[in-house]
Design a protein around this ligand. Sequence first.
Ligand code: 3HC
Length: 295
Amino acid sequence: MKNITVIGAGTMGNGIAHVFAMKGFAVVLVDISQAALDKALGTIEKNLDRMVRKEKISEADKAATLRNVVTSTDLASGVKNADLVVEAATERLDLKLKIFKQIDEAAPENAILASNTSSISITKIAAATNRPEKVIGMHFFNPVPVMKLVEVINGYGTSKAVTAEIMELSEHLGKVPVEIKDYPGFAANRMLMPLLNEAFYTLYEGVAGVQEIDTVMKLGMGHPMGPLQLADFVGLDVCLAILNVLKDGFGNPKYAPCPLLVNMVAAGKLGRKTGEGFYNYQGAGKDLVVAEQFA
Ligand code: 3HC
């Protein structure tokens, strides 16, 4: 594989483009918004700078990585030479089905089509294409350049050869792939989201405050971030979408999203990306500041 097209220039898309480009792949990063593409290139450069500062890569590696990424606002031309397409668009089934239909029409016949979806059925996505055996989940974790895990999700019709190729490719990227079956939330989010949801309820019911909840999990369980900070980092809209997939997919109300989360998303407080969630990210400085609502 040489040519990788990444669809979606958000947090996950730019991270995925970053790791492929650093390994020498030719990457086309596609988004409908030129502004999102420009921002993504800026983020990749900033993250490469951090790696240069930490002496993990050289200035020459940084320059080579940046040279390996081109951008496009046109999906059809962006995928036309792809060996692998990794879709990392917004977590909405209707959107993903539309995108996969378009990719299937424009990408070479032998290209593998992967989705970075965090919980939407790979089997449903594959059904929008004429090549279900070549459709697979490749679920990266944020921040993509740092987190080692890739969940490799086999849809109902994914061929064994395609799975083997994606497992090998993930290892080549320096990641640790694990094979997962295609059920709601796969494995990671099926375990993570109920934990985050319980943290939202713990706050909502007034059992403990924002900092107290995060301190419990950081110092009591050794988590690098508390669950509320992690939810802000993932995006509260993403958490809500995944909890709804779990609730509907299993038909089990135990996954019902906490009303506080629902309200925060309705209010546009989506976490770090909007400047406020459980914490407020607008001020300068590294210290976490609890959002006014919860102070
Ligand atoms: N790009 C590249 N490198 C980065 C980076 C980025 N965006 N962010 C941090 N780093 C590197 C730093 O350079 C540093 O490297 P070093 O250890 O070699 O010096 C290392 O990561 C740690 O960074 P910092 O010291 O600045 O900060 P922290 O020690 O607080 O670590 C963190 C930051 C790695 C994000 C850590 O807090 C963490 O592991 N948090 C939990 C992350 C997590 O759970 N992610 C999964 C989210 S769920 C998901 O993505 C699935 C989805 O479907 C919902």
